[in-house]
Design a protein around this ligand. Structure first.
Ligand code: HAM
Length: 430
């Protein structure tokens, strides 16, 4: 019986299970990212799911993710810990702790926890694929990091992805700009609701990405950060744009793009999908955080990276009709045994040892039930073995997916069945 909504035996609200066959798409997405990251020379980094809460306070104690959404708790040893709400701070913490030789190029796949209001594309546990590079402030590395993400969406076959880029300048540029912006916003608060004034006072930058219809006029005419960049910041940002152009990576300047964390400096970017609702259309985002390592007590070390939500990527794949890793049959062969199971035990081991994906039925089911199971398993071939076949030293093989056009059951010499199936698997992969 299915558990009711109120039952404790359901995944908590805002979380979900990933079951086969959907988990295969999931694994395919992660596998492609891993393969691409390796091509770029990035190594996998694995950090704990929880950290000392201070690690995340560095990402901005004025941000909602830290103030309102963190899963923090005191453990039995009176330590204040928090489940990771994002992936950058832990990687920087690991850098500061281990001091690997820069440049340190890493990638990760990890769950993140935010106490959000769940809706499609917004969850309390979501997974991110990400990359971080520590120890290089060369704008060419910004281009490399953006190219890593950009090419990944292209690898998946996504077409409706827009890249937005901005520069936050140095913290000094930003402080100067925030003052200008705040003055402007407060001068234009007349006639708008009290929340506008409050936000302008507390966190003027966050007014820029507000969705309130009534505020848009004022927001659109607001002074822009890119007009207040220092010469160094401007040169850096221009070089990033030139690099993107050199690689043919289309991008839009988005002077009002405000990323949700305080650690950002210099280049910031976001990938938006037009296949998603505007409120959740970010399928990836990132930027520089050149002061974060120092803020954690490490040596001054620039850094840049991005994170992309796996769930959102899969929603976009569905919306764009892109299939990921779902074309291949789930198994190369499923064994139907009529010897009481002994032949299946030997044959399935032999096929698996040969590198084939093979499965069998258990529990002494009828031959008919086993054929049904074979069909349901998604296997390319059903392989029949019974006393008659054994006596002839042969097995019966049947193309279950019609992928090879041979509908009838054919006989294959038992000794050669692994080689025969491998050849068929290769033909399918071609
Ligand atoms: P973020 O923009 O908060 O950045 O998250 C990165 C991506 O994770 C988003 O673009 C979105 O695809 C996905 N995401 C975020 N929150 C949720 C959610 N509640 N449900 C589903 N998907 C979500 C970061 O986390 C930074 N650490 C990125 C970064 C890396 N910056 C520099 N390096």
């Amino acid at each position: 019986m299915a558990a009711s909504d109120a039952s404790p035996y359901r995944a908590p609200i805002g979380t979900h299970d990933v079951l086969p066959p959907d988990s295969e798409r999931w694994a395919a997405v992660v596998g492609r990212f891993a393969e691409r990251a390796a091509r770029f020379g990035y190594g996998l980094v694995i950090t704990p799911i929880f950290e000392h809460a201070e690690v995340f306070e560095r990402i901005g104690d004025s941000t909602d993710v830290v103030r309102k959404e963190m899963y923090d708790f005191v453990d039995r040893g009176d330590r204040r810990l928090a489940l990771r709400p994002e992936g950058t701070a832990p990687v920087v913490r690991a850098y500061v702790q281990h001091r690997p030789t820069p440049p340190w190029k890493t990638w990760y796949v990890a769950p993140n926890f935010r106490y959000e209001r769940p809706q499609k594309g917004r969850y309390r546990q979501h997974w991110q694929l990400g990359a971080e590079v520590l120890g290089v402030d060369d704008p060419d590395v910004d281009v490399e990091v953006i190219a890593l993400a950009h090419g990944f969406y292209a690898d998946l076959g996504l077409r409706q992805v827009r890249l937005l880029v901005n520069s936050m300048g140095t913290p000094e540029d930003r402080a100067e700009y925030v003052e200008v912006l705040q003055r402007y916003l407060l001068d234009h608060a007349e006639g708008l609701d009290p929340e506008f004034r409050q936000r302008a006072e507390e966190h003027p930058l966050r007014v820029l990405d507000a969705k309130q219809e009534a505020w848009q006029d004022v927001i659109e005419r607001a002074p822009q950060l890119t007009e207040h960049l220092s010469a160094d910041s401007r040169v850096h940002f221009e070089r990033v744009q030139e690099g993107l152009e050199a690689l043919g990576i289309e991008h839009e300047l988005a002077p009002r793009l405000v990323r949700g964390f305080d650690y950002y400096t210099s280049t910031t970017f976001e990938f938006a999908s037009d296949a998603l609702d505007a409120a959740q259309n970010a399928i990836g985002g990132g930027g520089r955080y050149d002061r974060l390592a120092e803020e954690m007590g490490g040596p001054a070390t620039p850094g840049i990276g991005f994170g992309m939500g796996i769930e959102r990527i899969l929603i976009v794949c569905d919306a764009e009709g892109v299939s990921v890793g779902t074309d291949a049959p789930a198994l190369d062969a499923f064994i139907i045994d009529n010897t009481g199971g002994e032949a299946a035990t030997r044959l399935v081991a032999q096929l698996r040892d040969a590198g084939l994906r093979a499965d069998r039925s258990y529990g002494g089911r009828s031959v008919k039930a086993q054929w049904k199971e074979a069909d349901r398993s998604g296997a390319a071939y059903g392989v029949m073995i019974g006393p008659d076949e054994l006596a002839r030293g042969q097995v019966g093989v049947k193309d279950l997916r019609g992928a090879h056009g041979d509908k009838e059951q054919a006989e294959v010499v038992l000794e050669q069945v692994a080689a025969w199936l491998l050849q068929r698997a290769e033909e399918r992969a071609r």
